[in-house]
Design a protein around this ligand. Sequence first.
Ligand code: SF4
Ligand SMILES: [Zn+2]
Length: 396
Amino acid sequence: MSKTEFRLALRLVEERLKKIRDKVPPRKFNTKKPAEVEINKFWYDGKTVDRIMVVLRSTGCSHYKTNHGCSMCAHYDGTAESPVSAEDYISQWGSVINGTVLIGDKSQEFDINQFPVLCLYNLGSFLNPDEVPNQAVQEIFASIAQFKGIKKVIIESRAEYVTREVLEQIRQVNPGIIEVGLGLESVNTEVRELCHHKNFPDLDLFHSAVQLLHEYNFRILAYVNQKPPFLTESEAIEDAIATSVFAYQSGVDAVSIEPTSLQANSLTDHLYQMGLYRVPWLWSVIETVRGIHHRIKNADNLDLRLGGYFDEEILSGSQGVASGVPRNELFPHTTSGNCNNCTERVIEAIKEFNRTYDSTILYSQGKCEYCSLVWQEALKVSDSRTIPRRIIDLLS
Ligand code: SF4
Ligand SMILES: [Zn+2]
């Protein structure tokens, strides 16, 4: 790899990201209310359960703030302009557990103990004290420990914020099952740094985070993005398989494949609007699952998820409301797909897979008379240029 080309490609990606992000309109949110509360079906402890997902209205990802963030992500659009205080986070959590934030009748009958799995997201790193103050982390986890119906909590963080201090603070107040989702995205440095713009050049950091989390008895979920920009369809399948295998071999407990979806103000969406990017085919997502199962020994009990495909029931949310601008600041406008004829049925199969972990549901999907051949042609597309060269050709 030529270092000069790598540096030039990185500069071009960052310049383009800056241009895109600079156009994001001002944001104004109520920081006493979470951005979203929803319920979806999830596989846990050998059965399908109701999972509650709380997205806190938060300070937002530090990587986005300092370096324009990752190419496929625009979560930042759903975050507050100024830092959210510990009191605000605690009051957001309070409004969830007492049901006051929920819409209509739900608030009357709501009991958080009904949900064995709780996802507590902050559109960034829950373990970064600059995003969520320590006091809020500790008080919220102490509160969660009081609800015996909650068996497992899932939070997210970049690996660099996994520190002994923050893990100890959590363990002082909550001994329960806590899973931390770490954004790994790709095992390949060029893909991760240039295509994803992850700003995560050293995988030793990932290994240290895995080790430390296990030391404190946390579970680890690795996020693997399938098909960042600048990769061909078949390269993206191979990259997602290799990354997932690497993640399991590094000791993570679960992997979530995240097929790219399109959020406004992201680099992927920008390229899509110019006809230079297509989201992954669902057939490719199935191929990725097949490849992982093929390469991992005793794959039957793998904790493998396909992110973004759950039937959700929204209990509270600000979808489409931001500073009077009609937009949906959290959800993608396009998810990975096939053709109009088969996308719905394959998505249903993926949801069923997430509810049951039964991969035969995916493998038994029959070919589509309209698009299976088109997809196979897409798999044949190759690009002999290096990744930096592709970026330079496309963005300069
Ligand atoms: S994917 Fe994660 S690390 Fe990247 S910009 Fe989004 S929130 Fe930040
Ligand atoms: Zn089709």
